[in-house]
Design a protein around this ligand. Sequence first.
Ligand code: AMP
Length: 188
Amino acid sequence: MRIILIGPPGAGKGTQCQRLVDYLRVPHLSTGEMLRAAVRAGTAEGLAAAHFMAQGQLVPDPMILGLVTKRLEAADCRDGCLLDGFPRTLPQAAMLDDLLDCRAMSVDGVIELAVPRDELVHRMLARKREDDNPEIFAKRIASFEVQTAPLLDYYKRQGKLASIDGLGTADEIFNRVREALRRLKRDS
Ligand code: AMP
């Protein structure tokens, strides 16, 4: 299955993604992780991306598209993958559709982890990441609300969206994720 997990920063996507990839036995494609790895490795891509990431801004599409295309073309992604952090905007969703269309592939389902904004801020204060200071975090939430949230409607119209409550223990949330997968499989 080709699944996208969407949720605001701090929604717990990382934890659920780890469980999902074990469950689905597909590779985890996290653009945030790819970018952080490039920054750590000090590649030209990493250097170019670091500035945007530190400001809580989106990295320009060509760089993201390059990373995702390379990854989607790898043999281990032929039977499915879990996309995390991509697409993040409507233009990126259209790019993904084109990319998959050309390879006779498609998105099978989109799972939204819904978490209220107050809870996100509370969680952010409890964890540490270098792009997590309160001001930058607020920018990342705003970027989600303005640029990424419209994707939910985009996939809902295609009958591919399953929204789940992102509050609770990791186990409780993962049970909802599995239930959402069953619904998506049944409806596809
Ligand atoms: P994440 O770990 O998904 O929250 O991503 C961390 C940072 O990487 C984001 O705040 C963006 O600066 C950048 N990033 C990750 N994915 C994308 C994307 N699909 N488009 C643009 N920028 C991205």
